[in-house]
Ligand binder design. Structure first.
Ligand SMILES: Cc1ncc(COP(=O)(O)O)c(C=O)c1O
Length: 442
């Protein structure tokens, strides 16, 4: 029996997973899947890593978790100092949680608490971008510009102001590069002025958009331009790097690429590489110090915040990333993978764009390359392609709806940082084959 009717998950019949090894997963029928997207870009160093598993087992044998208000622990302290050193000297405090949504939720709350600590308690509003996803809890969903995921909850979400997506393939007014970045920054500035800077707490965005667009880096100059606007108006910048951070783009922080330091950073997914759920909200020293001086504590946390064994897992994963030089590998090999995918997919008229950064690559499909018109939504092309790839033993991540909320098809390719050259070649070959089959099926 390999198919499990997992009605409790609402996902129909799925193969039953039994094992993972490196870049591969195996189901109960013995089928092998190349993990070409880490599920949603989560499994940063692949599966079944013995060193990580041994570290987790050793910690469990000692104690699973020391409750955060009673104990500190060596793993918690080591992970905190490692993450702060990876993020850079501006950062000084971390709130741990178990998921990206909670990390974003904490980021929003930290921004509010900071302004309250400064006596500026009218600063309660957030500005976010259209075509974005920040998580599934009510606060994180409120700042998400993701029509389908918001729809059933409209009316109960926070009142958030939205500005345009920063998408060079689908740009505002056909603009390119720095001109596009400037227009988008001007739009943000106009929105802050319209709301009144004294009412705006923070602007939140994904430096490289994940599920809501299919690995979309902002146009060159964008991050610096919005940073300048926010600084001018006393608005905090929250970078949601849950999907694109923790090394996925070839630098530990995705915004390192742009030379930009946000006030608050949310990370998750690749942080502990899927071995144990762990996410973190990392804030500037100034923010954390101000809050602690005024209130004595950052009022965002959970029973299992900083769970000892989760910290051990993250520490083991991050040490492997460091020791094996995986950030430089992702940086250099990612650029080559992008070229290889472009070359392999060029013959397909339906491939409109192949873009991304590091091991975070999006492939967008269109009806017509010159007009960039999307495929008809009823064709559900990205889902069909991901399904065929899965049948062929390749995991990729389908995204839809970034054009007008319902149309637009992309898939994300996001392999483990330590995937071998042969595995990356297999990824390209299997994806090409799955695309041929999907197009042939009409
Ligand atoms: C950019 C971004 N932020 C937040 C989240 C929410 O993370 P989680 O699903 O771990 O709650 C996601 C999940 O895909 C994401 O891509």
């Amino acid at each position: 029996m390999t198919k499990n009717r997992s009605a409790g998950w609402g996902m129909g019949a799925l193969p039953r997973i039994v094992r993972g090894e490196g870049s591969y997963l195996f189901d109960a029928a013995g089928r092998r899947y190349l993990d070409g997207s880490g599920g949603p870009a989560a499994f940063s160093i692949g599966h079944g890593n013995r060193e990580v598993n041994a570290a987790i087992a050793a910690q469990l044998a000692r104690v699973a978790c020391g409750y955060r208000y009673l104990f500190t622990s060596e793993p918690l302290e080591e992970l905190t100092s490692l993450l702060l050193s990876l993020c850079g000297p501006a950062f000084g405090h971390i709130v741990y949680s178990g998921s990206g949504s909670e990390a974003v939720e904490s980021a929003l709350k930290v921004a509010l608490q900071y302004w309250d600590a400064r006596g500026l308690s009218t600063k309660k509003h957030f500005i976010a971008r259209e075509r974005s996803y920040h998580g599934n809890t009510l606060g994180a969903l409120s700042v998400s510009g993701f029509l389908e995921r918001r729809r059933p909850f409209e009316g109960s979400l926070l009142d958030v102001a939205f500005v345009s997506a920063a998408n060079a393939y689908r740009p505002l007014r056909g603009l390119e590069g720095p001109a596009l970045a400037q227009v988008l920054a001007d739009e943000l500035e106009g929105k802050i002025e319209a709301l009144g800077a004294e009412r705006v707490a923070a602007f939140i965005y994904e430096p490289v958009v994940g599920a809501a667009g299919g690995a979309v880096p902002a146009p060159a100059g964008y991050a610096r331009a919005v940073e300048a606007v926010c600084a001018r108006h006393g608005v905090l910048v929250i970078a949601d790097e849950v999907m694109c951070g923790s090394g996925r783009c070839g630098t530990w922080r995705a915004l390192e690429h742009d030379g930009v330091v946000p006030d608050i950073l949310a990370v998750g997914k690749g942080l502990a590489g899927g071995y144990i759920p762990l996410a973190a909200t990392i804030m500037s020293r100034t923010l954390g110090d101000t809050i602690l001086a005024a209130h004595g504590a950052i009022l965002s946390g959970h029973t299992y915040s900083g769970h000892t064994t989760a910290c051990v897992a993250a520490l083991a994963v991050q040490r492997i990333v460091q020791r094996e030089g995986l950030l430089s590998r992702v940086h250099a090999r990612g650029a080559a993978l992008l070229k290889e995918l472009r070359r392999a997919l060029e013959p397909f008229a339906e491939v409109g764009d192949v873009r991304g950064r590091g091991y975070f690559i999006g492939i967008e499909f269109v009806r017509d390359r010159s007009s960039r018109a999307p495929l008809p939504p009823e064709r559900a092309f990205s889902q069909a392609l991901a399904k065929r790839a899965f049948e062929d033993g390749l995991i990729i991540y389908p995204c839809a709806g970034h054009v007008g909320g319902t149309a637009g098809d992309t898939v994300i390719v996001a392999p483990p940082y330590n995937a071998s050259d042969a595995e990356l070649a297999e990824l390209v070959q299997k994806l090409t084959h799955a695309l041929e089959r999907t197009l042939a099926a009409g």
